[in-house]
Ligand binder design. Structure first.
Ligand SMILES: Nc1ncnc2c1ncn2[C@@H]1O[C@H](COP(=O)(O)OP(=O)(O)OP(=O)(O)O)[C@@H](O)[C@H]1O
Length: 348
């Protein structure tokens, strides 16, 4: 659906050119929710705005629904943009227009007759849950409701792609969840491909199928959300995930590990393991196998079970003690059963 190849974006700046995007290759497949995450200044807005050519890239190719956007005439570009809806962090509603008229704006600009506009917008206001507020003005509705108007307006032209530029950053956590649920519903029921940018892993966790991590204008990591959560490779990814799955163990847990290590029986070994898994695996039977078949002692020190969309996702810290070779066999067994295992050395 979207193919970006070799995208660079260089802005002129008072202290010389700013390289906001430094060679981005990205492929978004039809029907997916694709998340782009990064810290402030990483290049997220520049990237999302390249997709509908609100920003013309300095170099590179932008293919959307089979069309090379950089090669279109102004008239063709306007037509192509109708297939790409966009939602903004600050909603961008016109204060002098009602909810209905804000949602209808793209159709009015395209010259659609009023009766047809009504036929298109009424069901959309129903979908976003605002049919009863159609005659209100933006100042008379909440932030979450304003974003619902923004989504209805973005869907008015029946787009194939919806771009979301930090659509929930100005909203509280509960409203964020309901807006993300709505975007997911639009994706599933209308088959609209969604590309969203955010600085919050919580947003990625709730809605995205795949995620790309962007840092200093480059994509540094990309994959299905579950894989990136269970096997983050880059420090930036680990720090972004940290708000959901703490990457460092609390000091109290490390103190317990030291005291367990000090109490090992003569000749026994001990190893702190960080385990994570996703999907239908469950820890309990796997851990009982380690205890029963390999004769290991396992102390569960820390852990959490969460959900990424509909998949269970767990992370656990355990201290395994016993025969050194058997600890090695246990790690092999865990990995063979789809558990991601990290060994952690505890010093001091
Ligand atoms: N119009 C512009 N002119 C000059 N520099 C710009 C312009 N727009 C963005 N930049 C610079 O390009 C880099 C990337 O900015 P961009 O807005 O794409 O990042 P971002 O990840 O969306 O950040 P934020 O989350 O803070 O919005 C930053 O260094 C920014 O200062």
């Amino acid at each position: 659906m979207i193919n970006l190849r070799g995208i660079t974006q260089i802005y002129p700046g008072p202290q010389g050119p700013v390289e906001a995007l430094r060679g981005i290759d990205l492929h978004v497949t039809p029907g997916e929710v694709f998340g782009i995450i990064g810290r402030s200044g990483a290049g997220k807005s520049s990237l999302v705005r390249v997709i509908n050519l609100l920003n013309r890239p300095t170099s590179g190719q932008v293919m959307v629904a089979g069309r090379d956007m950089t090669q279109l005439s102004d008239a063709d570009l306007r037509a192509a943009r109708r297939e790409i809806g966009m939602v903004f962090q600050h909603f961008n509603l016109l204060s002098s227009r009602t909810v209905f008229d804000n949602a209808a704006l793209p159709l009015e600009l395209a010259g659609m007759p009023r009766a047809e506009i009504k036929k298109r917008i009424d069901p959309l206001l129903d979908l976003v849950g605002l049919a009863h507020l159609a005659d209100r003005y933006p100042a008379q509705i909440s932030g979450g409701q304003k974003q619902r108007v923004g989504i209805a307006r973005a869907l008015a032209s029946n787009p194939k792609v919806l771009l979301s530029d930090e659509a929930t950053s100005a909203l509280d956590p509960e409203t964020t969840r309901s807006i993300l649920d709505l975007l997911r519903q639009v994706n599933r029921e209308m088959g609209v491909t969604v590309v969203l940018i955010t600085h919050q892993m919580q947003v990625i966790k709730q809605i995205a199928d795949r995620v790309a991590v962007i840092d200093a204008g480059r994509i540094v990591e990309m994959g299905p959300v579950v894989d990136v959560f269970t096997r983050p490779q880059q420090d930036i990814t680990k720090s972004l995930i940290d708000e959901i799955v703490p990457q460092e163990l609390p000091a109290g847990v490390l103190a317990r590990v030291r005291s367990l290590a000090a109490r090992l029986e003569p000749g026994a070994s001990g190893q702190l393991l960080r385990l994570s898994y996703a999907g239908e695996h469950a820890y309990e039977p796997i851990l009982s196998h380690l205890i029963r078949e390999l004769g290991l002692d396992l102390s569960i020190l820390h852990g959490q079970i969460d959900e990424i969309q509909d998949q269970t996702f767990g992370s656990l810290a355990v201290y395994a003690s016993g025969n050194m070779a058997r600890i090695g066999a246990a790690i092999d067994y865990l990995r063979a059963n789809g558990v991601v295992v990290r060994t952690v050395e505890v010093t001091g």
